[in-house]
Design a protein around this ligand. Structure first.
Ligand SMILES: Nc1ncnc2c1ncn2[C@@H]1O[C@H](COP(=O)(O)OP(=O)(O)OP(=O)(O)O)[C@@H](O)[C@H]1O
Ligand SMILES: C[C@@](O)(CCOP(=O)(O)OP(=O)(O)O)CC(=O)O
Length: 404
């Protein structure tokens, strides 16, 4: 008997223009457009296998090997049901010989190769991988933008992980959400030199979830209304132009300004929300000083920090500056574990921890080991990938394989 199964992996994305606020909480329609860089799934990814079988009793998801209950009417159920509906309408109703997979329950196993729910955008890669694997299983003729409409209903930011490179989520205006989807601004190949140095400040589950935090902001922040109307539209246009022109100065300025404003609207929420901590703030001080020196020496910026709903820093930079940034972070935040030098920046010599010439070392205090728990060096990457049967996460019985 044939096995109906597909496996896909999907990347994380980190926004430069932040999504923060919904105008429709059920459909997940945002109050502003947003834009992100997709990170390389060779380093950070969710991998998901979906199987449809007439013997399965109910839709089931295992996340990192553990049963993750699918709540009726919840986000997962919405995504799965919508994909089943498309299977029926786009495939089964058109071809009588197509197996009626839409009537079978599915078993889904997913693994994140990085901490889940720790502000590293696991919901984004997770829902993008889920939608990609089911779309493949159901042989849907849908485009990435069409699939992004479904991923959006799992987690807003997930819609942007349906593309590689530089991605915008157009907020749309329709009440049914049919024009609120992701589009490619530029592929990875357009500006492959974009790297990211991620400082993991806290990899534990966070306090205020994005979902509840942003809703409180919508309800209580006057500053958010200003941001939505008067700030984001111009920033979206300007950063898209900066990406087209590969203008890192403009890209960095806008990215840092938008991170700052997102954290300002979080603070403007009642009661206030603080996602950054003192370590996050020290990293900002280091990047500001590093850019000051760069501007003085070269007339250009070299780094852009951005923070999501947690204290972890993502520092965008061009490949040529990544080594200096890794050195800088090590100088102030000594590491317990050796740096994973996947781009061979250091050869065999190891990271020393040093600042560039002219850097004012007094801008931040050196911290104790573990203030920054890890440093992940990655870069812009491609969109979801379909993987072969040998990568399946489900065993013959349709339950998760134990991974080595
Ligand atoms: N691989 C996955 N497959 C399906 N769902 C997933 C997967 N990974 C994460 N999720 C869902 O996303 C939730 C975590 O989302 P949450 O927004 O709290 O954290 P985060 O995405 O890591 O942080 P943030 O979005 O603020 O950057 C999990 O509890 C789970 O429901
Ligand atoms: C700060 C952010 O990372 C917020 C992400 O929010 P989510 O997409 O996690 O929220 P839900 O739609 O409620 O699931 C900014 C961004 O990624 O644009």
């Amino acid at each position: 008997m044939s096995v109906f199964q597909a496996t896909a992996s999907a990347p994380v994305n980190i926004a430069c223009i932040k999504y923060w606020g919904k105008r429709d909480t059920k459909l997940i329609l945002p109050t502003n457009s947003s834009l992100s860089v997709t990170l390389d799934q060779d380093h950070l990814r969710s991998t998901t296998t979906s199987r449809a079988d007439p013997s399965f009793k109910k839709d089931t998801l295992w996340l990192n090997g553990k049963d993750d209950p699918i709540k009726e009417g919840g986000r997962l159920a919405t995504c799965i049901n919508e994909l089943k509906r498309l299977r029926k309408v786009l495939v089964e109703d058109k071809d009588a010989s197509a197996p009626k997979l839409s009537t079978y329950a599915v078993h889904i196993a997913s693994y994140n190769n990085f901490p889940t729910a720790a502000g590293l955008a696991s919901s984004a890669s997770g829902f993008a991988a889920l939608v990609s694997s089911l779309a493949k299983l159901y042989e849907l003729p849908s485009t990435p933008s069409e699939l992004s409409l479904i991923a959006r209903q799992g987690s807003g930011s997930a819609c942007r992980s349906l593309f590689g490179g530089y991605v915008a989520w157009e907020m749309g205006t329709k009440a049914d959400g049919s024009d609120s989807y992701a589009v490619e601004v530029a592929p990875q190949s357009h500006w492959p030199e974009m790297h990211a140095v991620i400082c993991v400040v806290n990899d534990a589950k966070k306090g205020t979830s994005s979902t509840s935090g942003m809703q409180r902001t919508v309800e209580t922040s006057a500053l958010l209304q200003h941001r939505i109307k008067h700030v984001v539209p111009k920033r979206m246009a300007d950063i898209s132009a900066a990406i087209q022109a590969r203008d890192f100065d403009a890209f960095a300025q806008i990215t840092m300004a938008d991170s700052n404003q997102f954290h300002a609207v979080a603070l403007d929420t009642e009661p206030p929300i603080f996602y950054m901590n003192d370590v996050s703030k020290a990293i900002i001080a280091l990047i500001v000083e590093y850019n000051r020196v760069a501007l003085e020496k070269t007339g250009h910026l070299k780094a852009a920090y951005t923070y999501d709903a947690g204290p972890n820093a993502v520092i965008y930079t061009l490949q040529e500056n990544a080594k200096e940034i890794v050195e800088l972070i090590h100088k102030y935040f000594p590491q317990k574990e050796a740096f994973n030098d996947r781009f061979q920046l250091f050869g065999g010599e190891g990271v020393k921890g040093k600042v560039v010439e002219g850097f004012n070392e007094a801008v931040a205090q050196p911290h104790e080991v573990d203030a920054v728990k890890g440093i992940i060096h990655t870069k812009v990457g491609d969109g979801p990938r379909t993987l072969g049967a040998e990568e399946s996460l489900l065993n013959a019985e349709g339950t998760p394989k134990t991974l080595a």
